[in-house]
Design a protein around this ligand. Structure first.
Ligand code: BG6
Length: 482
């Protein structure tokens, strides 16, 4: 592996503290940091290199629900060998001169930095200045090495702004240099959907309109917005997790088999689903949890959604007329994310007349917690009579006898970017297709329904599905419970 520098703009940001620094530690622990890798953090604050290392240590030892394991001294020391810090204002060109000099100096001291990955962990308002200066100081020039850019949501706030940002990006970088990160694509449980579907011959023939009645996707969290009011109140649930994570979940569950497992082929198939999605602005419900208006940094009369539910269709031959119901929200009854494929009840089912005889089969991709893939089937209740009972056939990650480790999505995606693999990153057209679908739903927000913390959202969300004679499926927390 060639030596290279990972340059993180905004190393003191929330994102860096919660996700990036822990992911780098995990990579160090697993030996995934290439020998010649240098990590350069940048932020406004002045810090000596010792203080910077102390900062890293403090971050790693701060309680973090996403990273709950012991910090080993020897791993931390290995990580420290790679750490550098350059301070300055990202909208000030002097900073880029300083960064360039620093990179040159490192190269002169045997740490070549011609290969570079820039990670934007900073406010989108600064992007234009960053790109302009990176260009001005030739930092994006790929003369004797590669230059890549990692960027996270929000990629715009609607289709128009996303297009603007994408064209701004393309002014300074080629598409094959841009790594748009949606951490859901790095989730083991999501990637496993592709292996489950396309690595086995027996399920795929059933994933279509002939066998499927409908699809449900739930992304529920039992906690509120915490201290993120400043960000969240401007965005709302639909744009926070609907436009990106949930649409990608749908794409993984319904895309056609790619012709090969390559970036281009996989991205193309995801894109086809996103472009085939039909928004139904009259079939969306928005909610806000009671007490939201008292949260820190929330507008007094905020109409921001902390919950949404909608119905949509995938307009292709495979899924024509199969409704997809999607919901997500904060302060709901349970933290759980899953996709459920509800199968049709066959016309000729033999045991129709028995109790449970009209229960459909469910295929659940449990993204988290109790991660796994679960098939709900009907079996015979042991005894003298013919009686049916629902039973489950489960694959549970945590029961995996090989005890593979579960990489954090950030660890996985940073490693992919180092290898130059864009398969699990979004390209410009995917992001734009997502906005093209979400904009009409977002624009249809005329009313926001209050719901109680600890519920499954407003009753209007129930009505949305019940008028189709279906019901939201209560996630079964006994699945894959160890
Ligand atoms: C983030 C959202 O992108 O995803 C958060 O901004 C949300 O509001 C989070 O809580 C959910 O991610 P995960 O991996 O915890 O399911």
């Amino acid at each position: 592996m060639d030596s290279f520098a990972l340059i993180i703009f905004g190393i003191t940001s929330n994102l860096a503290q919660i996700k990036l620094i822990p992911a780098l530690y995990d990579m160090a622990e697993k030996g995934l940091l290439p020998p010649g890798m240098t990590i350069i953090g940048t932020a406004r604050k002045e810090m000596s290199s010792e203080e910077f290392k102390e900062y890293f240590k403090k971050v790693l030892n701060t309680e973090n629900i996403h990273h709950q394991h012991e910090i080993k001294e020897e791993v931390f020391n290995d990580l420290c060998q790679r750490l550098h810090y350059v301070n300055g204002n990202l909208d000030d060109s002097k900073f880029y001169q300083k960064l360039k000099d620093y990179l040159d100096e490192l190269s002169g001291h045997g740490h070549p930095c011609e290969n570079r990955i820039f990670y934007l962990a900073t406010y989108p308002d600064l992007y234009a200045d960053i790109f302009e200066n990176v260009q001005k100081f030739d930092l994006n020039k790929q003369e004797s090495g590669y230059v890549r850019l990692m960027i996270e949501k929000p990629i715009g706030s609607d289709l128009e702004s996303a297009k603007k940002l994408n064209s701004l990006l393309l002014k300074y970088f080629n598409e094959d240099q841009i790594y748009r990160l949606d951490h859901y694509l790095g989730k083991e449980t999501l990637q496993n959907i592709l292996t489950f579907r396309f690595g086995n011959g027996i399920f795929e023939p059933l994933i279509n309109k002939d066998y499927i009645d409908h699809i449900q996707i739930t992304a529920a969290e039992d906690f509120g917005i915490g201290r993120r009011g400043g960000y969240y109140d401007k965005v709302g649930a639909l744009k926070d997790v609907g436009q990106n994570h949930q649409l990608q979940m749908l794409a993984f569950a319904t895309m056609d088999a790619p012709s090969q497992f390559s970036n281009q082929a996989v991205t193309q198939e995801r894109l086809k689903i996103l472009q085939a999605l039909k928004p139904l602005p009259e079939e969306v419900v928005f909610g806000q949890y009671e007490g939201y208006l008292n949260e820190e940094n929330v507008e007094a009369n905020s109409q921001t959604d902390t919950f949404y539910a909608f119905k949509a269709f995938i307009e292709n031959d495979r899924f024509r007329n199969v409704p997809v119901y999607i919901r997500a929200g904060k302060k709901l009854k349970q933290t759980v994310t899953e996709i459920v494929i509800v199968f049709k009840i066959p016309e000729n089912r033999l045991f129709k007349n028995l109790k449970s005889g009209m229960e459909p089969n469910y295929l659940t991709y449990r993204i988290q917690p109790n991660e796994g893939i679960i098939m709900e089937v009907l079996t015979k209740k042991p005894g003298h009579k013919i009686e049916l009972e629902p039973s489950v056939m489960e694959f549970c990650f945590k029961l995996d006898p090989h005890s593979h480790y579960f990489p954090d999505p950030y660890e996985r995606l940073i490693a992919d970017a180092i290898r130059g693999d864009q398969t699990f990153f979004n390209d410009a057209s995917e992001v734009e297709a997502q906005w093209a679908f979400v904009d009409p739903l977002s624009n249809a927000k005329s009313k926001i329904f209050k719901y109680q913390a600890g519920s499954w959202g407003p009753k209007e969300a129930d009505e949305l599905i019940e008028k189709d004679e279906r019901k939201w499926i209560e996630p079964n927390m006994l699945y894959c419970k160890i």
